[in-house]
Write a protein that binds this ligand. Structure first.
Ligand SMILES: [Fe+2]
Ligand SMILES: [Fe+2]
Length: 268
């Protein structure tokens, strides 16, 4: 097992003020803004599920380094859930049906918790953590994406991307330590890829159709779609790494990248 000492997993308590954030906070683009809001709507209950899936088997982990990393992982995800919950409540004023979508997420997850074994639940977390890790790393390496964000919302996404990159290996290390079942890990990723992409696209479309001004901005939305397809194409090789038999999230060393952004955050 490639569990590494991760001194860089720091739990940061953050307060954000979104009060002047516009509805189209990403490049003044309805499609891209609704896509980020769709992600934000899935985070509070989704990240609580990640914590649940790790917590329910953590007593089987004997490695003290990994135990410490688990504590940091839980701390970071708890803060993310809280921040995104506040943001989701904020966008309700723009007629975004945030509560209804979050309630649906909650019930879907509760139902999955009843249906799936502990191993399958953790494999789901590992798959989704791979998605968040590769997306987070991509935007940390392309800060021009952050510059497309409204200044009030930018710090929250930098903070979340940084911490997702810092703790990217924790759920995977727990899975390897307790189960190390490659077949279930890869099969789960195939299923999760479909459900995750479908769910995010579905929520984004729902938000766009529910937005009488944004849905008419065809030129901007097509440009947003072009940006999105470029990002997805760029992410494909990192995504497929997950299917390698020797895959480990730390094979791609992000120590310098996270140190850089941690320093930026501390200075800000
Ligand atoms: Fe998170
Ligand atoms: Fe995470």
């Amino acid at each position: 097992m490639n569990t590494q000492v991760s001194p860089s997993i720091t739990v940061r308590r953050q307060q954000f003020d979104f009060n002047k954030t516009p509805l189209y906070y990403m490049d003044n683009n309805p499609l891209l803004s609704h896509l980020l809001t769709a992600l934000s709507l899935t985070f509070p209950h989704g990240e609580r599920f990640f914590v649940h899936s790790v917590r329910q088997i953590r007593e089987q982990v004997k490695n003290p380094v990994l135990q410490r990393n688990i504590s940091s992982f839980i701390g970071q995800e708890a803060m993310h859930s809280h921040a995104h919950e506040e943001f989701n409540a904020f966008v309700e004023q723009y007629n975004v049906p945030a509560k209804a979508i979050m309630d649906f997420e909650y019930h879907s997850i509760e139902e999955a918790k009843q249906r799936l074994t502990n191993k399958q639940q953790l494999a789901v977390t590992c798959a989704l953590e791979h998605f968040t890790a590769i997306i987070a790393q991509y935007i940390l390496e392309h800060p021009e994406i952050f510059d497309m964000l409204h200044p009030e919302i930018k710090p929250m996404w930098i903070w979340h991307a940084l911490e997702e990159t810092e703790h990217k290996a924790v759920a995977f290390d727990v899975y390897q330590d307790v189960f190390a079942d490659d077949k279930v890990r890869k099969t789960t990723m195939r299923i999760i890829t479909g459900t995750f992409l479908f769910r995010i696209s579905h929520i984004t479309l729902k938000l766009l159709l529910n937005d009488p001004i944004g849905r008419k901005q065809w030129r901007k939305n097509i440009a947003g779609l072009a940006t999105l397809s470029k990002v997805l194409t760029d992410l494909a090789p990192a995504y497929f790494e997950y299917y390698r038999p020797d895959f480990h999230p730390n094979h791609y060393d992000t120590t310098q990248l996270t140190a850089h952004w941690a320093a930026q955050m501390a200075n800000a």
